[in-house]
Design a protein around this ligand. Structure first.
Ligand code: DAS
Length: 322
């Protein structure tokens, strides 16, 4: 027996249309009307949360969307969230960090506006509903469905700005496929204990580093009242000496999570001995080599919004340290 499904629409290209330039135009009901096969879904609810380009969303909006998804999942319903692709990774992963339930929560969107030739929104929405309704999708947590592929929210990244398949999972690839409305999941992601923030009106910037970095941006972020920081280190967890000095000053004031610039990241333990080596980073920051910087930021925001202390934050990132 398929699950009942709730679609939450939040805007993005899937909900945009226009003769010359696409602007927000379609609410949840209009999205559903464009997919004739959805008329057959037994119990389908539609709720419009907002109608925004995802570059206009902030962390407070992301928390509202995540909370709405969790509310409907707690009623035993599969949930589909339609979302702009630009920041879909962030809202999907925040929802995943907060979620411990069984019904699947599925994020999707479109790369081409509803008015464009070859608009991909209806096909993506049909696939997302198929997964949300499937009993076999129970226990998946939060996933992203796009172009017939299923990605774990923890690993998915927008890797192409314009291709019809913009999302990929550089760490391990897609975890499933959907053909003809039939769902085939090959791998179930490991679930983590949920972290549930009460608020997300917090400042957590992502600071990259580069050849010759003098640490000025790390210092500026701390001075700019950051509550926490994600530092995107080089290679397998490395910083130049001047950036390392800035990191040392930062961790004395706020929690810092370290990610890596390579897409398939890992922070090593004991390969190198130079100043700014992986062991120096590990001594100072919480290592999250397995997450993208944008995903690490959402998890750190969730930890801070849940009032976790330093130990709680380190524990929350334990399985993201590869
Ligand atoms: N319109 C952009 C957004 O809202 C891009 C998209 O959805 O693909 O993120």
């Amino acid at each position: 027996m398929p699950r009942p499904v709730t679609i939450l629409s939040t805007g993005g290209t899937i909900a945009m249309s226009g003769d010359r330039m696409a602007v927000p135009a379609l609410d949840g009901a209009a999205l559903v009307a464009a997919v004739p096969s959805l008329a057959q879904v037994r119990d389908l609810e539609v709720e419009s949360v907002c109608e925004l380009a995802s570059s206009h969303l902030d962390t407070v909006d992301a928390l509202l969307i995540a909370e709405a998804a969790l509310r409907h999942a707690a009623r035993g319903r599969g949930v589909v969230v339609t979302h702009g692709t630009d920041t879909l990774e962030e809202t999907a992963y925040l929802t995943d960090v907060m979620y411990g339930g069984d019904p699947p929560i599925v994020f999707t969107g479109a790369i081409r506006p509803a008015s464009a030739p070859g608009a991909d929104g209806p096909a993506n929405l049909g696939d997302a509903v198929a997964l949300a309704a499937s009993v076999g999708g129970g226990g998946l947590g939060v996933v992203v469905v796009f172009a017939g592929r299923v990605h774990a929210a923890r690993y998915v990244r927008k890797m192409d700005s314009t291709a019809a398949e913009p999302f990929g999972s550089p760490h391990g690839g897609a975890i499933g496929v959907i053909h003809e409305g039939r769902v085939n999941i090959g791998t179930f992601p490991v679930r983590r204990p949920p972290v549930v923030p009460t608020h997300l009106d917090l400042r957590v910037p992502i600071v990259p580093t580069w050849l010759g970095d003098d640490g000025a941006l790390i210092r500026a972020a701390v001075e700019d009242h950051a509550h926490g920081l994600v530092v995107q280190t080089l290679g397998a967890g490395h910083l130049g000496p001047r950036a390392l000095a800035a990191l040392r000053e930062a961790v004395a004031r706020i929690p810092v999570v370290a990610t890596t610039r390579p897409e398939r990241g890992a922070i090593l333990y004991e390969t190198y001995g130079f100043e700014g080596k992986e062991a120096d980073i590990r001594e100072l920051a919480v290592a999250a080599g397995g997450l993208s910087s944008q995903a690490a930021r959402m998890k750190l925001l969730a930890c801070l919004g849940a009032d976790l202390d330093g130990y709680g934050i380190a524990e929350a990132f334990l399985h993201d340290d590869t």
